[in-house]
Design a protein around this ligand. Sequence first.
Ligand SMILES: Cc1cc2nc3c(=O)[nH]c(=O)nc-3n(C[C@H](O)[C@H](O)[C@H](O)COP(=O)(O)OP(=O)(O)OC[C@H]3O[C@@H](n4cnc5c(N)ncnc54)[C@H](O)[C@@H]3O)c2cc1C
Length: 421
Amino acid sequence: MRKFAIIGGGQAGLHIGFALLKAGHAVTLYSDRTPAEILGSRIPSTAFLFNSTLDMERELGLNFWEDLVPYGEGMHVDFRDPTGAIGLTVQGRLEGRKGQALDQRTKFSRWLEEFPKRGGKLVIKAVSVEELDQISAENDLTIVTAGKGNINALFERDDQRSVHTKPPRHLAALLLTGPKLMGDRPWLRVPFRPLRFNFVAGAGEFFSLPFYTHTVGECRSVLFEAIPGGPIDRFQNAQSGEELLEIAKGVIREFSPDDAHHFEDVQLTDPNAWLKGAFTPTIRKPVGRLPSGRFVMGVGDTVVLNDPITGQGSNNAARMSKFVIEKILAMGEGSFTPGWVSDVVDTFWHESGQYTSAFTNALLNPPPPSVMEVLVAASQTPAIADKFMQNFDKPSDYWPWLVDLDLARKFIVDNGGHLAA
Ligand SMILES: Cc1cc2nc3c(=O)[nH]c(=O)nc-3n(C[C@H](O)[C@H](O)[C@H](O)COP(=O)(O)OP(=O)(O)OC[C@H]3O[C@@H](n4cnc5c(N)ncnc54)[C@H](O)[C@@H]3O)c2cc1C
């Protein structure tokens, strides 16, 4: 049995914590908030998990909401011009890769309660760098999964892998209930329960997902990704969820008028069901050096932080956690070293992380010709649309055609599509 400490009780920290407990190790997890505080806090995210991530949670016996959370069965995407007129529609099914979006307040508070029941030690404390030094002295490996918490300053920015120097989007999100938002087929022209995406040229994007929260049960999330200074960048001065909702309705009426009736008679699920803000996506080096010279390992958003436009943050954190756990368990009794940490995270980056970040960054910009041709073909050929949407579950599957026009054309033809004239 080895001793591990984990800082942060979110997607990555709890995933790693439960997996290490299952393997028979001693794990202490530090969370800066109690389960009750998390339940009563503002929403931190509106994360949708794809099937592979759900499978990881199923394997750990953590899928307590399996029968409660409505499945997102596919994606219905409209690409619009700056006035909101639709230029292209792509509709694809997730099929075997359908996913679920569960309120992180609901999930992490319950998982934190579960952690001591499975033999873990839970400590409620916002860990400082000084305390981290002491914690790392007492454990075989200390893993920092503090998300966007300030402690991630311990990890140096990786200038080669980071492409952003400022936030590419200003974000605003809400959880809503409404008679025309929920149920199996809320959008009549979509033959499944959709993740509803709108891309508005020059303005940004907004998405609505089938969702579940402890406060009301089934609901829908809406996330706005506003290009800073652009025409939907209207949310940042809002002082309340109600104010944010009024702005949201105005944006939808103006840029996606065909969706507006879905947002009549909607309500926030609870007074805390909203967020706004911005952050700079950043890739950091995974070895954090402490004042004593000891080191800690970063996992999840702490070291691979992407914009939410492609819904990859939690999915990437889970993929990275699974990868790190496998390497920890494969190591047996050997010592953890900074070199080992760098090797593990480099391998993960090359096999998976780099594709997630590159796919995410690609969608923040106007699509290159390779993507544009595939999207046009996807609008005409369902098999291509399905493949495009299913690859969200494993972004490396977009390669190599995502960045190569000839290979993109081959991908279209191989999947029964026609090349644009
Ligand atoms: C608006 C929005 C929408 C999103 N949508 C999606 C989506 O659709 N799909 C998707 O996969 N991802 C999505 N994400 C991203 C996703 O929420 C994150 O990537 C994911 O939660 C990261 O997991 P993590 O464990 O690294 O960090 P977190 O889940 O943020 O957990 C970190 C935890 O550490 C705690 N902590 C911080 N500092 C300390 C400290 N010093 N001591 C102790 N505890 C500490 C924090 O309070 C927090 O509880 C979205 C994010 C946003 C903002």
